[in-house]
Design a protein around this ligand. Structure first.
Ligand code: 13P
Ligand code: SF4
Length: 323
């Protein structure tokens, strides 16, 4: 524990010295979330991370999350230096949607408005008309549907079919999924709910349809946290990455949060729902990054400027819509 406190103190000192700002996602290590808040950065969902990074005047942003979050920051602010503790922190949705295959799919359906989830590469965003995050995808697709648009959606099939059901929009769905949320199990969740009949079920929409069907609230990480804070209820079953529980417990002290069951989740395995790529962000590699950042570009995010120029349109449309 002493080493941990020392590392945290060193990171705080280095952030100040290098005039860098830390932006963390709710799924990363609890210390990295706290550090972001304590040093004037932010901890949030992917929409807020994008907006915060774009609006902050700092010349250097450290993104503790996964690669698409760093790339989004770079696309929105090409003049800023964007660093990440581990550039190999990817996402199964991104991996499951290669840019060339996606472009061919779009070419085959030229009559459709292309809407992609934030969890994609810069090249996929460059091919899209709109980028959305989980917090605003439903509203944007509803808006497009009201304008009579037909949609090509990628890559998350669960989020896509949830939005399709809610809006009635005509949507073609790419068949990607999140390896963390895909593991939540509807039948086991029903059994757990029977043990806690008064609990409210909070679900991230990357989860399968039979899990979403049991939800009291479906939303992004920020929306789920807000729901727990605002609700009169004192017990919640949470179907999303368990990194979020740190903030939930801090924001709603005294309330009880239970992890939703996953395939491997049993009495002996309480923490299966955790993204292996989010877990690549730690105190040690963050400290190392800060220590070495002046002489090295090893941890720096680069986006091809041409791709960035095309991708910024789809992201900015979302931010303008959300404003
Ligand atoms: P949020 O936008 O809800 O934070 O989700 C990001 C993510 O990767 C979920 O798995
Ligand atoms: Fe991607 Fe799922 Fe990890 Fe989020 S939790 S970054 S969607 S693999």
């Amino acid at each position: 524990p002493e080493q941990r406190e020392e590392l945290k103190a060193r990171i705080k000192r280095l952030l100040k010295e290098k005039q860098a700002v830390l932006v963390s996602h709710y799924y990363v290590d609890a210390d990295l979330q706290d550090l972001a808040e304590e040093t004037g950065g932010c901890v949030s969902d992917s929409l807020e991370m994008a907006r915060f990074g774009r609006d902050h005047p700092a010349k250097t942003l450290i993104v503790a999350g996964v690669r698409f979050m760093g790339e989004t920051a770079k696309i929105l602010s090409p003049e800023k230096r964007i660093l990440m503790p581990d550039l190999d922190a990817t996402c199964s949705l991104d991996l499951g949607c290669p840019a060339d295959e996606f472009a061919a799919y779009c070419d085959a359906h030229p009559d459709r408005t292309v809407v992609v989830y934030a969890n994609t590469s810069a090249a996929v965003k460059a091919r899209a008309d709109w980028m959305v995050t989980s917090s605003i995808g439903l509203d944007i697709v509803r808006h497009l549907h009201e304008q009579g648009k037909k949609i090509l959606w990628a890559p998350d099939k669960h989020l896509g079919s949830y939005i399709q059901k809610q809006t009635g929009a005509d949507m073609l769905l790419w068949q990607g999924s999140c390896l963390v949320h895909d593991e939540f199990k509807g039948v086991e969740l029903e059994l757990l709910k029977a043990q806690y009949p008064h609990a409210k079920i909070l679900v991230h929409p990357e989860s399968p349809a039979n899990v979403v069907a049991l939800a009291d609230v479906v939303g992004s990480t920020t929306q789920i946290i807000n729901a727990a804070v605002e609700s009169d209820c004192d017990t919640f079953i949470v179907a999303t990455d368990n990194g979020i529980l740190h903030k939930m417990r801090a924001a709603a002290p005294g309330k009880r949060f239970i992890e939703a069951p996953t395939a491997g989740n049993s009495a002996t395995c309480k923490s299966c729902a955790h993204c292996p790529w989010m877990a690549m962000n730690g105190l040690q590699n963050l400290a190392d990054l800060l220590e070495n950042m002046d002489g090295s570009s090893a941890n720096e995010i680069h986006v091809d400027p041409e791709i960035g120029k095309q991708a910024v349109t789809s992201i900015t449309r979302m931010l303008d819509f959300a404003a």
